[in-house]
Write a protein that binds this ligand. Structure first.
Ligand code: BES
Ligand code: MN
Ligand code: ZN
Length: 482
């Protein structure tokens, strides 16, 4: 799909969508279509109410009137995006011809929502479906938007390509999208870009350097564990680096604490944190973001077998802290613990931010619409929340407080990898991570995004399809742009 912005739209277009706020008067630059529009309004078929969609057809000309609702209401970007998606999916449009979009509610948020609705809403994961004939193929659809926010619209379309890349990586089969595949995806993006340097710790280096928690998680797997660090220098010499660290469990069986059938079925998506980091990497390069960033992926597979790590094991992590592993299904925090302490100690980033499908409990707390944000730094929290708000890649802050240290106290080790039963599951996970990110100094700025709900959708949600949503990519891209 190609989205460009052009004002005025070329006269050769024969397909339009007119986005009309409630009670707004409008004119269509075509006498016959205008007459049909007037008829529709008089017949009370169209008044601009939310979700109204009225086709006007004259010969080969098609104009869809899409209602946007009351202009006095705040723009709900998700609803607006859904309206755009539904309009573009109208059976009256021919996907082989370009479509002109004319938003009569021309706010920046609104244009962004339309682009998101088109790019993210028409995304499909249908690689393995043989019968695709009766479905429209939007991959070559050309969209022209009539807006003064041309640059912003085209930039947003580029950002969405990064989101959809993350979704493709997430949705792919677990055995196909393994650590080698993700390494290749990263190298394909970076190629020989002079702004980037790639460092890969494979099994041998992980052993030499002592990332034993990461290795423990991968112990039962035939796949290769990897920690991949891309240094991207888009900023000036001496500018601080931000580190984005993604959980990349390419399949989470739960390990010996085996998951149930229902909870295991989506676990190819347990690398969506890493996928979000990769999607953001792509965007940083594409948009030439003026920031210094470490893009980091901790990759492993949580499998069962004779070599698998075991409940009750105590393992000493990279930073020297020992962990009592009371549940092999709390594996993401183990891989991240080593990655975070490795980054903190050796790279000392200005801010260390991880993103992970860390807990099912975050769904209980926040549902599928809001990512859980945890951090002990108010400034960092506000920056991330502002980026979330601006992009509609939503996040909500959950607290991290000193008493949580009790929840992860162990009898036999420095810390344990689960909290108290049925109690504060997401934030005790956050507290666990904090203790590794800040292993050397409490002044290490750190934040954690739990996309256990938002990243892996169990069913369609607003304009998103079931499966990987690419949560975090828009948020991070915006955060790095500011
Ligand atoms: N990857 C899961 C969390 C998850 C569940 C993400 C469902 C997305 C959808 C994680 O590794 C996990 O298994 N967490 C456990 C933690 C528990 C053992 C402390 C959980 O949430 O049950
Ligand atoms: Mn798990
Ligand atoms: Zn997991």
């Amino acid at each position: 799909m190609k989205i460009s912005a052009l004002r005025p739209l070329p006269g050769s277009l024969v397909q339009f969508i007119l986005f009309v706020p409630q009670t707004q008067t409008f004119a269509i630059p075509d006498a016959e279509l205008q007459r049909l529009a007037v008829e529709a309004v008089f017949a009370k078929k169209f008044s601009g109410k939310k979700d109204e969609l009225v086709p006007l057809i004259k010969g080969e000309k098609v104009c869809l009137l899409a209602g946007l609702g009351d202009k006095r209401e705040a723009v709900n970007m998700r609803k607006m995006g859904l309206i755009a998606k539904n309009a573009l999916q109208s059976k009256h449009l021919d996907v082989n011809k370009p479509v002109g979009l004319i938003p009569l509610w021309d706010s920046e948020a609104h244009i962004k929502a339309i682009v998101d609705g088109a790019k993210l809403g028409l995304y499909k994961w249908n690689k393995y479906i043989a019968q695709k004939e009766d479905e429209a193929d939007y991959s070559s659809l050309e969209i022209l938007i009539d807006t003064p926010y041309a640059e912003m619209a085209e930039r947003e379309a580029a950002v969405c390509d990064g989101v959809n890349l993350a979704r493709d990586l997430g949705n792919e089969n677990a055995d196909a999208a393994d650590s080698l595949y993700l390494e290749k995806a990263i190298l394909d993006i970076v190629k020989d870009d002079p702004r980037c340097m790639v460092k890969i710790l494979n099994r041998k280096e992980l052993e030499e350097k002592g990332l034993r928690l990461h290795l423990a998680v991968n112990q039962g797997s035939a796949k290769e564990p990897k920690l991949i660090i891309v240094s991207y220098k888009g900023g000036k010499d001496g500018d601080p680096f931000t580190a984005l660290v993604g959980k990349g469990i390419t399949f989470d069986s739960g390990g010996l604490n085996l998951k149930t059938t229902a909870s295991m079925v989506d676990m190819r998506l347990d690398m969506c944190g890493a996928a979000a980091v990769i999607g953001t990497l792509r965007n940083a390069l594409q948009l030439n973001l003026r920031r210094n960033v470490y893009f980091v992926c901790g990759l492993a597979e949580n499998a069962i077998g004779p070599k698998a790590y075991k409940p009750g094991d105590v393992v000493v992590g990279y930073c020297g802290k020992s962990v009592e592993i009371l549940n092999t299904d709390a594996e993401g925090r183990l891989v991240l613990a080593d990655a975070l302490s490795y980054m903190a100690r050796n790279y000392k980033p200005d801010a260390l931010i991880d993103i992970a499908t860390l807990t099912g409990a975050v769904v209980v707390a926040l549902g599928y619409e809001y990512t859980g944000l945890m951090t002990s730094d108010d400034n960092l929290a506000n920056q991330l929340l502002a980026a979330a708000e601006a992009t509609d890649d939503r996040a909500w802050r959950l607290p991290i407080y000193p008493e949580l240290q009790e929840h992860v106290k162990s009898q036999f080790a420095d810390i344990k990898n689960i909290g108290q039963p049925s109690c504060a599951g997401s934030i005790s996970g956050g507290e666990f991570l904090r203790q590794f990110a800040q292993c050397d100094s409490e002044s290490q700025k750190w934040a954690h995004l739990d996309i256990g709900g938002t990243g892996t959708l169990e069913k369609d949600l607003a304009y998103f399809k079931v499966g990987a949503s690419g949560a975090g990519v828009r948020l991070f891209t915006e955060f790095l742009s500011r």
